[in-house]
Design a protein around this ligand. Structure first.
Ligand SMILES: [Zn+2]
Length: 460
């Protein structure tokens, strides 16, 4: 048996691992590389495998950096099954066409500038729609033979709706191995979704994410307190709160948290505008999957609908979105993109960051080349749509809503396996975090730990 990491190796995005079990070839995830435009584009264009050799794809969760090369796979002629949970399939049915639309826009943009070396987009929204036809969904904790000799079981990874860790019981010519792929590990106590459930038992091989292996977040409870304080403070001064948020999961968690705080009278009932068609569509998918919710949460038990309540308004059209600029505060706008690099958040920021009553609230990871990062670092002036805009608004960060386990939670997750894995690979992290995760695993007694580089094969 052999493992080769073709993405999320030495970096966070592009998650894709090839597993060869005798003659069978299985892909774990098929994610898009994200980041600096040129660099990411090149990596995505050069698909390293012949898709006709692949027997099955197994997804951990719906995030684009884990699924965003699936339309390319289908476009290249892949005809096999794609296994995932049912919530992942439904989220993919809105997220992948959105990603296709972005690819089409990107292609047009380059074409206008005369910089296009490709004859067509990486893939289109129509290509992306076809992916869902090949998806086969599987509930948590119910083993399924993907092909003879490869048995798949999902456990809840607690990272986003439908997210899973992958357990594979492998048998090739009498050699048996149990491989565990963590997927992205969530946090204990995140709103809406259930806590991570590490798959118990001895793993011969563990592939584990490392995003925050060297960081410690504030607790989810502390995050809620901070959120309430900021909303109260800005409401009192009549300001607007702009929250750049990933359309999936983070946006729904914030809606849920604000709903919960308002019900407890911990914040005033000011309007919340969710200004992202993708977030609106994703919220509909959340509504379809109450089976994935944490039933011990009070709001889940007490309300018929977590996401529809008088304070919240969903904005689809561009005209409505622009109309928000003319409204007076206090109000809250949640809009994509999460790092304020594109999307509707840009026009809200251009219109609003000059006013010192307003607040830009950062709730997710900001890569160092993004507008979100520059605001977070306290820039006095930033470029938006090619114009310099002075920033007089307050900018604050709440780290506790991260969807990724921190160092302590990653340790808790590995200990939750209950037996020390024989061997481990650290993926899905920047160099410092990958090394920190490798160190953490060695401290926990794992004898053989590797930090794979892209395309490096390992016999397992
Ligand atoms: Zn993820």
């Amino acid at each position: 048996m052999r493992l080769t990491c073709w993405g999320a190796a030495g970096e966070v995005t592009g998650s894709m691992h090839l597993l060869e079990v005798g003659p069978k070839r299985i892909l774990l995830d098929c994610g898009l590389f994200q980041g600096r435009r040129e660099e990411a584009r090149k990596k995505n264009e050069n698909f390293p495998l012949d898709v006709h050799d692949i027997d099955a794809v197994i997804l951990s969760h719906a995030h684009i950096d884990h699924t965003g090369r699936l339309p390319l796979l289908i476009k290249k002629g892949y005809a096999g099954p794609i296994f995932c949970t049912s919530a992942t399939r439904d989220l993919c049915s809105v997220m992948l066409p959105d990603s296709g639309f972005i690819q089409e826009k990107d292609f047009e943009f380059l074409h206008k500038r005369g910089q296009n070396h490709l004859a067509e987009p990486l893939y289109t929204a129509a290509d992306a729609t076809r992916v869902v036809d090949s998806m086969m969904s599987l509930p948590y904790d119910r083993p399924l033979d993907v092909t003879p000799g490869i048995r798949l079981t999902y456990t809840d990874a607690g990272h986003m709706l439908g997210s899973a860790s992958v357990v594979l019981d492998l048998d090739a010519a009498g050699a048996q191995r149990r491989l565990v792929f963590s997927g992205d590990v969530g946090r204990w106590g995140l709103p809406i979704i259930r806590d991570p459930k590490p798959p118990r038992g001895l793993a011969d091989v563990l592939i584990v994410e490392s995003t925050y292996a060297n960081k410690v977040h504030e607790s989810v409870r502390e995050a809620q307190g901070l959120l309430a304080n900021y909303v109260n403070k800005v409401a009192k001064r009549g300001g607007k709160i702009f929250i750049p948020a990933f359309a999936i999961e983070r946006a729904q968690e914030l809606i849920y948290e604000l709903h919960s705080l308002a019900r407890d009278n911990a914040i005033p009932k000011i309007p919340i505008y969710v200004d992202s068609p993708l977030a609106v569509n994703a919220t509909d998918v959340f509504r379809l999957h109450p089976e994935a919710f944490d039933v011990s949460e009070r709001l889940v038990r007490e309300t018929d609908d977590l996401f529809r309540f008088p304070m919240v308004k969903y904005v689809r059209s561009v005209d409505q979105s622009k109309g928000l600029n003319t409204l007076r505060g206090p109000l809250i706008v949640i809009a994509a993109s999460g790092m304020a690099e594109s999307g509707r958040i840009l026009h809200h920021l251009r219109n609003g960051i000059g006013d010192s009553r307003n607040l830009v609230l950062i709730v997710g990871f900001q890569a160092s080349y993004t507008l979100g990062y520059r605001l977070q670092e306290g820039a006095k002036e930033v470029r938006i749509y090619g114009e310099m805009v002075p920033c007089r608004a307050e900018v604050a960060t709440i780290g506790g809503y991260s969807g990724h386990a921190d160092r302590n939670e990653l340790r808790q997750w590995v200990q939750g396996l209950e037996q020390t894995p024989k061997r481990a690979f650290t993926v899905h992290g920047e160099t410092e975090q990958l090394q920190a995760m490798a160190g953490l695993l060695r401290d926990l007694g794992v004898k053989q730990v590797d930090v794979p580089s892209l395309g490096q094969p390992f016999e397992i």
